[in-house]
Design a protein around this ligand. Structure first.
Ligand SMILES: Cc1cn([C@H]2C[C@H](O)[C@@H](COP(=O)(O)OP(=O)(O)O[C@H]3O[C@H](C)C(=O)[C@H](O)[C@H]3O)O2)c(=O)[nH]c1=O
Length: 152
């Protein structure tokens, strides 16, 4: 099944793993990367750092944890000037040993923190850097989530 990346709904795409005498192939066959224009990685050396909230009207993002574990939250934004303080974030745990890609469609804010020191995310974007620069919306990290609460 191929995932429709044009959808307005976030999606968690599950991959799988093949092991044999040569080693391991970890794959996410349903992640169609044709819309991707750019990739980068983010490493959090500490579990106390919160990177939130960054939001995009037109940019879709795809997150894959390549080391450690992250808690990542996403919130749909309707009013970009006065976002709804009562919106409820959807929360995901991404971990390197679970082969999953989280697709966050345009129109959402994302925020995250590492659950283990030195955790790393790889991020894929469907916008080049120039478009992304004009599509950056930042909101206070204390909006929507109490990041100090134990999540799992
Ligand atoms: C992402 C990126 C950044 N940079 C430069 C631009 C800045 O001088 C510096 C730090 O970037 P920024 O402050 O935008 O990083 P974050 O606050 O983590 O935000 C980034 O990752 C979160 C999850 C988002 O959702 C943002 O859209 C994305 O910009 O790296 C580049 O030159 N190329 C890139 O692709």
């Amino acid at each position: 099944m191929e995932i429709d990346l044009g959808t307005k709904k976030h999606q968690l795409i599950n991959g799988a793993v093949h092991n044999d005498h040569r080693g391991t192939v970890a794959y996410v066959n349903d992640f169609n990367m044709s819309p991707i224009k750019r990739m980068y990685t983010i490493t959090h050396t500490s579990t106390t750092v919160v990177r939130a909230w960054q939001a995009h009207k037109i940019e879709a993002k795809y997150f894959k944890c390549t080391k450690g574990r992250f808690v990542i939250a996403i919130v749909p934004i309707k009013d970009w000037n006065t976002p709804d303080v009562n919106s409820k974030p959807e929360i995901f745990i991404l971990q390197a040993d679970k082969n999953q890609v989280l697709c966050v469609p345009k129109g959402h804010a994302n925020g995250f923190k590492a659950l283990e020191a030195n955790s790393e995310l790889i991020v894929f974007s469907d916008q080049d850097l120039d478009s992304a620069k004009n599509d950056q919306y930042r909101f206070d990290q204390d909006l929507w989530m109490d990041w100090s609460k134990k999540i799992i």
